[in-house]
Design a protein around this ligand. Structure first.
Ligand code: NAP
Length: 332
């Protein structure tokens, strides 16, 4: 009998990696055919350790969802860590995967790979057409290098070794397992935490960074995980038909954007906060608009299913279940 593929999910404790695990299991993939290592067990920036791991485990497929991630503040405070660790993690995994016969790998990038001032929806071919948003440029450069690593291995070893490494670029994600750190988190978990604390403490107002006018797109993480498995399982012919050897990444978005102000109002309503919402225009806004063109993934048969209000409700429930203790809210 043919065994199901042995799948290594790198970053399985993270928000996206854990959602990919849930998705694989929900689709009936046997748990004993999924391999994981915690950060403590395997530091993915350690090339020798990654090589030894791949040589010992010999996975058939890899979901590369391990990365150093964070919001504007973390990116600005730790630029060296963001570029170095992400370059190392992806280079180590992709090369070790190749050297150990892995033919199928999915690399997770981010919408920040696109130039800052693209006025239209971000299409895949906007890559490398302009200057990046400076606040997270080092992280974005690492992610662009990850796409190019996948493409280069495909171009050099696709024919000879059957290498088929794919990249997906998620828009801003949110959902269960997010990081609610007060300074190092993304916008939705940061807003959930702030509005929740304001509600509990009966604070009269909550002040949000920036003007509230930038538009952002959000995707619920379970939708993202479904997209990852979908893209991994596309036939090579189908994937190649919709991509090019040097333009191979696929955007994954909900197709809808919203202003930060409207988002703050939606989060405030979900949390049940009754006070005022104020904005601090002295703080940076970042890119004015970020909506991805997801027509490529839509044409490949995937659509987002979970709307923002439904997703926010489930995320707040997760926040309450996992981080809200009688002593307060965990910082880790
Ligand atoms: N979240 C988003 O909104 C979003 C949007 C677009 C793209 N993405 C992409 O999706 C991927 C996953 O993001 P995420 O939100 O799931 O991040 P996350 O929750 O921070 O998870 C990342 C995982 O990687 C692990 N990791 C980091 N450095 C490691 C190392 N040196 N060795 C071993 N493990 C390491 C982390 O373990 P520790 O916590 O123990 O360090 C964590 O489990 C990333 O590539 C990210 O760029 C995310």
């Amino acid at each position: 009998m043919i065994q199901p593929p042995k799948i290594y999910v790198a970053g399985h404790r993270g928000m996206v990696g854990s959602a990919i695990m849930r998705q694989l299991l929900a689709q009936g993939h046997p748990v004993e055919r999924i391999v994981t290592r915690t950060h403590a067990e395997l530091d993915l920036t350690d090339q020798a350790a990654v090589c030894n791991f791949f040589a010992a485990v010999k996975p058939d497929q890899v979901y590369l969802a391990a990365a150093k991630v964070g919001g504007i503040h973390a990116n600005q405070t730790y630029p060296a860590e963001f570029i170095y660790q992400n370059l190392m993690i992806q280079a180590n995994i992709i090369d070790a995967a190749f050297r150990n016969g892995v033919q199928k790998l999915l690399f997770l990038g981010s919408s920040c790979i696109y130039p800052k001032l693209v006025s239209q929806c971000l299409r895949e071919d906007a890559l490398l057409t302009g200057t990046l948003e400076p606040t997270n440029e080092p992280y974005a450069i690492a992610k662009i290098a990850g796409i190019k690593l996948c493409e280069s291995y495909n171009r050099q070893y696709g024919e000879s070794h059957g290498v088929d490494y794919r990249s997906v670029m998620p828009t801003n994600l949110y959902g269960p397992g997010d990081n609610y750190h007060p300074e190092n988190s993304h916008v939705i978990p940061a807003l959930i935490r702030r509005f929740h604390e304001a509600k509990v403490n009966h604070a009269p107002s909550v002040t949000i960074w920036g003007t509230g006018t930038p538009r952002r797109e959000f995707l619920y993480v379970e939708d993202m995980a479904a997209a990852c498995v979908h893209v991994m399982n596309l036939s090579r012919t189908t994937y190649n038909h919709h991509t090019k050897p040097m333009l191979s990444h696929i955007n994954i978005g909900s197709g809808q954007d919203i202003t930060i102000q409207k988002l703050a109002e939606a989060v405030s309503k979900t949390v049940g906060y009754q006070g005022e919402i104020a904005f601090d225009p002295a703080k940076p806004d970042g890119t004015p608009r970020k909506l991805m063109d997801s027509s490529r993934i839509n044409a490949l048969g995937w659509q987002a299913k979970i709307g923002l209000n439904e997703g926010l409700g489930m995320t707040y429930e997760d926040f309450l279940n996992n981080t809200h203790t009688h002593e307060g809210i965990r910082n880790d």
